[in-house]
Structure formats: structure tokens, C-alpha cells
Design a protein around this ligand. Structure first.
Ligand SMILES: [Zn+2]
Length: 367
């Protein structure tokens, strides 16, 4: 696998106590209309500056604007490598803005609770929480899946699929005028991809244990929790960890009905971000990485309101206010559960004989 070139974006140095840009009224107006999630995020950074650290990892130019790629961190210190990390990301596909909104809703709730809830404060001190709510701000501003260069960031990774991928959807190099474009062969990965990789290299790889959740929407009528790989049908080596997590979730939250499965059950693709990051993590000794993707079943919203099929964004996002609110609260338990699962991973991560048994069970379940 090739190595990714370092990010060069000198216009945007990392700055832990971030000075937010003073936006002229015209720019605010444009953002309010096309990217209100960014203003919501900046409001959180401003309001909770004593609780969270924010960094601008880079700037993405678009139609005269410089859209920031923010990374927020809170909880345990960066220096203590024994503290587990939970990485939450959203907005990889710009059209799937509900993912960013779910993250921001959860983060708002978490930050409000942290002001008075000493049990939660104590809990967070045992975890480092890293959140990138908007990975693809240009795509979200322009209401499209790809980034500003027409590249699908979740097809832009370095891994090429070993088994057959579906035509176009699995990633292609025909041209950026078609969706699911991987980018040109031999070119560096897109800036957003490299900025996310920079966050993963800094926050995830140096730690003993990390979990991740990347929020998407647009596949099927059920909410699904997917895990790698997307590049091959053969199950991931650490399948026992995923089965242990599935069983833990189902035991603790039996009335939630996420479908927990490897992505490869449905389709394969080239250049999946989490395949890349997982394969990189595997090279580290004494490091466990458990990335997941939440695919919100947006077709259920279309089924309830078929008219929204005529609106591109309607295929990926709830359009009715009551349904939108329901989606924003629906995943709060899952996100809180992942916080706890990451903190106390030693309590459920299989060891010794359990590894073998869970591996066998996983092969029966998912093969
Ligand atoms: Zn997506």
C-alpha cells in the first residue's frame, strides 16, 4: 500500500484554543442557508470553549469561501496513551447531512450535561472523545455526495477491492461527472481524506484501544451498523470483537433494532476510508481498533412520504419536522453506549478461549 503524502495546507495551522473566524453578514447568510450545521458547530465551540478543544485541521475553498474542517476533542488528555478513544465522524457524503446533525444534537446534549453532571464528568475523564462532525463541508454546502473536486471520499482510499464490486457504485475512475468517482489513479488522496487521516494518526493509532463511528444515510429501510471490510468478502480478522460488541449492545438495549453486520454482505467497494484506516491500525502492535459505520435507513422516511423522492436530499434526510426530531433522538442511546463500551472495553473485549468461540460463532452468523 502506498503511503499518503503529508497534508500541506499552511493557511490553516492547528490551534488548540481556536479563534473562530469573524464572518461578514453576507457570508453568514450564505452559510445559514447552505451549511447551517457549520454555524451550529461553531456555536458549540464558542459556548463550550472551557470544556472542549477545537482545531481547524484545514480549509476547503469553495465559491469564495474557506470552509473549515474542524476536529473537536474532550475528556481524557492527549498525552495519556492508555486512555481509550472514541472517534465520531459524519458528513463524509455531503448530501447525507442528517449524520452531522445527529452528531451535533448528541454533542449539544453531552456538553450541556457535562456542565452539572459529575458522574458524566468523571466518566469522560476516562476517555478521549474526538469528533469530526463535518468531514466534507464543501459537499454539504453544495448538497452533493462528492467533495468539491467531484471525488467520493469513501471511494478515495488506497485499497482496491479483491472481489467484484458493483459497476459505478463500487467506485470507478471514469470521471468526476459520475457519482462514486474514486479520483485519478496515482494522485494524492483528497484534502478532506488526508485531514481525517491526520486526525486518525494523531488520536487513534498511538492508543491501546480505539473505537469509531462514521454516520451515513441512504441504504435500505433499517438502521444498520456496518463494519469492515468493504474490499473483500472474507470476514475481518478481529471478527470476535464485533460479535462481542453486538451481543453486548443487544443485551443492554434489546428494544433497539439495528442490524449489525459486515458491509460486504451487501456490496463491496474500492477505497473505503475505514478499510484503509483499519489496515493501517493493524500494523501497530498492542493496538485494537474497532471502526463502525451507522447507515441510517433513509428509505423508511421515503416510504412514509413518497413525495420526497422527487427531492434529491429527501432520499437521504428526513423532511418532516417530527420525523427529523425523532431521528435526532433515536441514536442518542447508541452514542452513549459506545462511550461506555470504549471506556470499559476490558469488561467485554474477548480474551483467551472466548476469542475462539466468538470467531466460530461469527463465521456461522455472517458467512
Ligand atoms: Zn454515505
Amino acid at each position: 500500500m502506498k503511503s499518503v503524502p503529508p497534508v500541506q495546507n499552511p493557511a490553516s495551522p492547528r490551534d488548540i484554543k481556536l479563534a473562530l473566524p469573524k464572518r461578514p453578514p453576507q457570508e453568514r447568510k450564505r452559510l445559514k442557508k447552505a451549511l447551517p450545521e457549520l454555524l451550529w458547530l461553531e456555536r458549540l465551540i464558542n459556548t463550550y470553549s472551557s470544556t472542549l478543544d477545537a482545531s481547524c485541521e484545514g480549509l476547503l475553498p469553495w465559491q469564495g469561501l474557506q470552509l473549515p474542517f474542524y476536529c473537536l476533542t474532550l475528556g481524557g488528555s492527549a498525552a495519556d496513551k492508555k486512555t481509550p478513544v472514541l472517534l465520531i465522524t459524519g458528513g463524509v457524503h455531503g448530501i447525507e447531512r442528517i449524520g452531522s446533525q445527529v452528531i451535533l444534537a448528541w454533542l449539544s446534549s453531552l456538553l450541556s450535561r457535562l456542565e452539572w453532571d459529575s458522574a458524566l464528568q468523571q466518566k469522560l475523564s476516562r476517555l478521549r472523545l474526538v469528533v469530526v462532525p463535518i468531514v466534507n463541508p464543501v459537499g454539504m454546502f453544495a448538497n452533493r455526495r462528492a467533495n468539491g473536486n467531484g471525488v467520493d471520499l469513501n471511494r478515495n482510499g488506497l485499497v482496491t477491492a479483491e472481489d467484484k464490486v458493483p459497476f459505478l457504485v463500487g467506485g470507478h475512475r471514469i470521471g468526476s461527472w459520475l457519482p462514486w468517482y474514486r479520483g485519478s489513479a496515482g494522485q494524492p488522496q483528497e484534502l478532506e481524506y488526508r485531514l481525517l487521516q491526520q486526525v486518525v494518526e494523531r488520536e487513534v493509532y498511538p492508543r491501546a484501544m480505539a473505537m469509531a463511528l462514521d454516520l451515513h444515510s441512504g441504504f435500505g429501510t433499517h438502521d444498520r451498523l456496518w463494519f469492515p471490510y468493504a474490499y473483500r468478502k472474507k470476514l475481518i480478522g478481529s471478527i470476535e470483537n464485533y460479535l462481542a460488541l453486538k451481543l453486548l449492545w443487544e443485551r443492554c438495549f434489546p428494544h433497539h433494532n439495528y442490524i449489525f453486520e459486515p458491509q460486504s454482505i451487501h456490496y463491496l467497494s474500492h477505497g473505503d476510508i475505514w478499510d484503509d484506516f483499519y489496515l493501517q491500525a493493524k500494523k501497530r502492535e498492542n493496538h485494537t481498533f474497532i471502526p463502525l459505520t451507522l447507515e441510517m435507513g433513509s428509505w423508511a422516511w421515503v416510504k412514509k412520504r413518497p413525495a420526497q423522492i422527487f427531492n434529491f436530499a429527501g432520499m437521504f434526510n428526513p423532511q418532516k419536522a417530527h420525523r427529523h426530531s425523532r431521528v435526532l433522538r433515536r441514536h442518542l442511546s447508541l452514542l452513549d453506549f459506545l462511550l461506555s463500551a470504549a471506556i470499559d472495553y476490558r469488561e467485554w473485549l474477548p480474551v483467551d478461549e472466548q476469542v475462539k468461540l466468538l470467531k466460530q460463532a461469527a463465521h456461522v452468523l455472517w458467512n
